[in-house]
Design a protein around this ligand. Structure first.
Ligand SMILES: NC(=O)c1ccc[n+]([C@@H]2O[C@H](COP(=O)([O-])OP(=O)(O)OC[C@H]3O[C@@H](n4cnc5c(N)ncnc54)[C@H](O)[C@@H]3O)[C@@H](O)[C@H]2O)c1
Length: 255
């Protein structure tokens, strides 16, 4: 699919992988709507990039916010691309050190943002994309969701996070089947360790050590490499219903 002249919505577009995606798609001629819970970075990025880049402040776990963001993305042109990058991490074991159970509220909170948020935007964006004129080959658009290698090798303390990302992996095939009739493809990317503000809080030596744990190349992933894969998925019409690991070959150990 041609990226030039499409509208795109990118959740979590104010930072990290989402920001890199907004930069890449804009450079390739798309008009991006950044949908983020934080106003400042979204506004700053939209002003820096220009070219119709706009933003919506809202919470992906709130369906009304998601509808508002999708409506805005669809207003300025043909919405063809939805990329779900908004997500948060959490540390908590099945039972705590004192043998008390993982608290339900934090587990639900992570599912609400990472899983329900992806569901909210995927369903609403797909509904808008399905109402656009198809291209000559019948295609209308692409949804790219963000899982994690933690969907496959969740580490100690990643119960809630891995559950949310595993569900994103699980939605990929049924979503691509549901949406095939509308000419919409669905893929997910499962990143390994990427150098984003999510990891940015770690001291440099710890980041270096994490990079050394990657098979090859021995470094953290660059957000631009994630964005390159998003652009490739959108451009390559034969990619559908697939979860792609982007991880330098890393297989996460228990801790
Ligand atoms: N960085 C990594 O190593 C890594 C690895 C695997 C998976 N991921 C996944 O990639 C995605 C992006 O991560 P990142 O590293 O770019 O993180 P990040 O913290 O740099 O960016 C996440 C963005 O999402 C936004 N956000 C958070 N909660 C939101 C909500 N409820 N509604 C709307 N926006 C919200 C934040 O404001 C932020 O701008 C996440 O889903 C994360 O789980 C990241």
């Amino acid at each position: 699919m041609e990226i030039n002249d499409c509208s795109a919505i990118v959740t979590g577009g104010g930072s990290g992988l989402g920001e890199a995606t907004v930069r890449k798609l804009t450079a390739m001629g798309a008009r991006c709507t950044i949908f983020d819970i934080k106003e400042e970075p979204a506004k700053k990025l939209a002003e820096e990039l220009g070219k119709g880049t706009n933003y919506v402040v809202g919470d992906v776990s709130n369906p009304d916010d998601c509808q508002r963001a999708v409506d805005q993305a669809a207003e300025g042109g043909k919405l063809r691309i939805a990329v779900n990058c908004a997500g948060i991490g959490w540390i908590g074991r099945v039972i705590n050190r004192d043998n008390s159970p993982h608290d339900l509220k934090s587990f639900q909170f992570i599912q609400n943002v990472n899983l329900i948020g992806t569901f909210n935007v995927m369903t609403r964006a797909s509904s808008a994309i399905a109402q656009t004129e198809p291209q000559e080959d019948g295609s209308r658009g692409v949804v790219v969701n963000t899982a994690s290698v933690a969907a496959f090798e969740g580490q100690i303390g990643q119960l809630a996070y891995s559950a949310s990302k595993g569900a994103i992996v699980g939605m990929t095939v049924p979503a691509s089947r549901d949406l095939a009739v509308s000419g919409i493809r669905v893929c997910a990317i499962a990143p390994g360790l990427f150098d984003t503000p999510l990891l940015g809080l770690l001291p440099e030596p710890q980041k270096e050590a994490l990079g050394q744990s990657v098979l090859f190349p021995k470094r953290l992933g660059k957000p631009s490499e994630y964005a390159d894969l998003v652009a490739f998925i959108v451009s390559c019409d034969y990619l559908n219903g697939e979860v792609i690991r982007l991880d330098g070959g890393i297989r996460m150990p228990p801790k």
